[in-house]
Design a protein around this ligand. Structure first.
Ligand code: VGL
Ligand code: ZN
Length: 201
């Protein structure tokens, strides 16, 4: 097991987060070549996929009085409302076509419950409902996690913060991430990650 401590977690490198997608992140596709090059160095490789049913509660279209990027209060706290994106089985939810997906040991889907969003790969946005990833990584013997992908300030940051809270040794490889940066969200996310002991390299 000792040689299997390092896991690469590739977060949401999906068409809808790339240029031309429903929730495009500037330069989102630029992370693909670097991620492809990194894969071989990690004995454990997990890819996540944002995977929403139609009418998901994080979609502005599900809230008649709202428009995309509005902030609303859900039972579990504040939630940004997004354009419809990553619909289960859609082209937008597919991985970027140049991403090497074959090396993935595990593909984790999240955001499939209608009433709660899931930015983090570990817990849904209620901070309570587990996705099962912690158990998977611990059973594989992973202790060090490196995060790459989209978006730096949402799914990557929330995943890295949860991982740090769970006691993993956490690194975010910034050159293989791109941010949405909504109202200062990137600066806030970077500060929170630094404060939590996440290595931003
Ligand atoms: C994401 C907003 C909504 C992400 C997913 O992957 O960062 N952001 N759903
Ligand atoms: Zn989403």
């Amino acid at each position: 097991m000792g040689d299997e401590m390092d896991a690469l977690i590739v977060v949401d490198v999906q068409n809808d987060f790339c240029p031309g997608g429903a929730l495009a992140v500037a330069g989102g596709d630029e992370v693909v070549p670097e991620i492809n090059r990194m894969l071989a160095a990690f004995p454990i490789r997990v890819f996540t996929q944002d995977w929403h049913p139609a009418g998901h509660s994080s979609f502005a279209s599900s809230h008649p009085a709202c428009v995309p990027f509005d902030l609303v209060e859900m039972d579990y706290g504040p939630q940004v409302l997004w354009p419809d994106h990553c619909l289960q089985g859609s082209d937008g939810a597919a991985f970027h076509e140049d991403l090497e997906v074959a090396p993935a040991d595990m593909i984790l889907r999240k955001g499939f419950r209608s009433d709660v969003d899931s930015y983090s790969a570990f817990f849904e946005n209620d901070h309570e409902t587990p996705t099962g990833l912690e158990g998977y990584l611990r059973s594989r013997g992973a202790t060090r996690l490196t995060f790459v992908g989209l978006a730096t300030d949402y799914c990557v940051a929330w995943s890295a913060l949860d991982a740090a809270r769970l006691g993993f040794d956490v690194t975010v490889k910034m050159s293989a991430c791109r941010a949405i940066d909504l109202d200062g969200s990137l600066e806030r996310a970077l500060a929170e990650m630094r404060a939590a002991g996440v290595a931003l390299v």
